[in-house]
Design a protein around this ligand. Structure first.
Ligand code: NAD
Ligand code: 13P
Length: 352
């Protein structure tokens, strides 16, 4: 039979909501099997029970998305290889730092006709330069990979409040439309653009700007300052993306994955929240400590991404062109105080 089978690799805050969204659609769409397999990085809860077992008993991810039913056709599976083995549509959604290891574990273990999409916001930096997560998936697994990014704070989508998202694809519009079909709902409006790098870099880089916005909040500098940081950040996002990939399109920055995600993350995201606390403590408590205390197992992406971006800037001699990105990293590693976030204005009055 020709029905597609979907596996979601990851079950954090967004992973769980993505599984819920997809599962509501596979029930309705005849071209998909109802069941959605969701790989769970297994852990033991304070009750002594395994998280995957509790998800299957209660239909709720009690740790990463409490209070929300996922849909009975979501099946939690702690065995990564088993979770992917029968599926031809693989949805990757874990914190970016775990993705390379996950790809290695399922290398050679997936269906030959599998397609992938990455909801992961981040990149890896190696000696020979940066690699986007969708590229790591493509290269390690030998399959094509789209991306889905957007202004998508997971808890709000769990409440089914209206939002939008952008699918980025490389060549095959038909495959992109299949992903759009799988994700689109009346409250989750998805469109596709042929600019996989642009979409993925938007989702990745806005996490660095969100850290800067959090510093501004912690220092209580007000809305104008925060808007200025967002504008400067957006400009650096665009310039950095275009330097890395000349194919990146200007219009991508006006899609949900661009300016809309930047805004929502700077207003209500986890990166913003932890950076605010970091600045309030005058940089005396580390991000690792604050993450563990404030997010209860959820992971920040912006601090690591700032480090990765900084490495690229150093290697390529671009530091001076990206004062906001560079300063965020220096503040995160406590080489500069949080107030340094507004101390580079001589670079920032250009408009292009
Ligand atoms: P999360 O931060 O809620 O959860 C952390 C997840 O990592 C948990 O599922 C945990 O079990 C897992 N984990 C911990 N250690 C691990 C390990 N060693 N190996 C593998 N997994 C491990 O995750 P999330 O919110 O689903 O985020 C996943 C991606 O989606 C990130 O790139 C994030 O930027 C992006 N995203 C998140 C949101 C959101 O609102 N939460 C929205 C859009 C995009
Ligand atoms: P945070 O990880 O900062 O919560 O951002 C979530 C997000 O990517 C919204 O689209």
């Amino acid at each position: 039979e020709n029905k597609s089978r979907v596996a979601v690799i990851g079950s954090g805050n967004w992973g769980s909501v993505a599984a819920k969204l997809i599962a509501s659609n596979t029930l309705k769409l005849p071209s998909f099997h109802d069941e959605v397999r969701m790989w769970v990085f297994e852990e033991t809860l304070p009750s002594g029970k395994k998280l995957s077992a509790v998800i299957n008993q209660t239909n709720e991810n009690v740790k990463y998305l409490p209070g929300i039913k996922l849909g009975k056709n979501v099946v939690a599976d702690p065995d990564l290889e088993h979770a992917v083995t029968d599926s031809n549509m693989l949805v990757f959604v874990t914190p970016h730092q775990f993705m390379e290891g996950i790809c290695k574990r399922i290398q050679g273990k997936i269906r030959k006709d599998a397609q992938a999409i990455s909801l992961v916001k981040g990149m890896e930096v190696k000696r020979d330069g940066p690699s986007m997560i969708s590229t790591i998936i493509s290269q390690k697994l030998g399959i094509s990979c789209c991306v889905l990014m957007g202004a998508n704070i997971a808890n709000e989508i769990a409440q089914e409040n209206f939002s939008e998202a952008t699918v980025g694809y490389r060549e095959n519009k038909e495959i992109a439309e299949k992903w759009v079909h799988l994700f689109n709902t009346p409250f989750f409006s998805v469109s596709s653009v042929q600019d996989v790098e642009g979409v993925e870099l938007c989702g990745t880089l806005k996490n660095v700007v969100a850290i800067a916005a959090g510093f501004v909040d912690g220092l209580e500098m007000g809305n104008n300052t925060k808007a200025a940081i967002m504008r400067i950040g957006l400009r650096e996002m665009k310039a950095f993306s275009k330097l890395l990939f000349s194919s990146v399109k200007d219009n991508t920055f006006f899609e949900s994955c661009g300016v809309a995600d930047l805004i929502t993350t700077c207003l209500g995201g986890r990166n913003r929240k932890c950076a605010e606390a970091f600045a309030k403590h005058g940089g005396k408590r580390s991000f690792d400590e604050l993450e563990a205390e404030m997010l209860q197992g959820q992971k920040l992406q912006g601090v690591l991404t700032a480090k990765e971006v900084h490495e690229v800037l150093c290697h390529r001699g671009w530091l001076e062109s990206f004062p906001l990105f560079a300063t965020v990293h220096e503040i995160c590693i406590r080489r500069l105080p949080p107030a340094a976030i507004v101390k580079y204005s001589e670079h920032t009055h250009q408009h292009s």
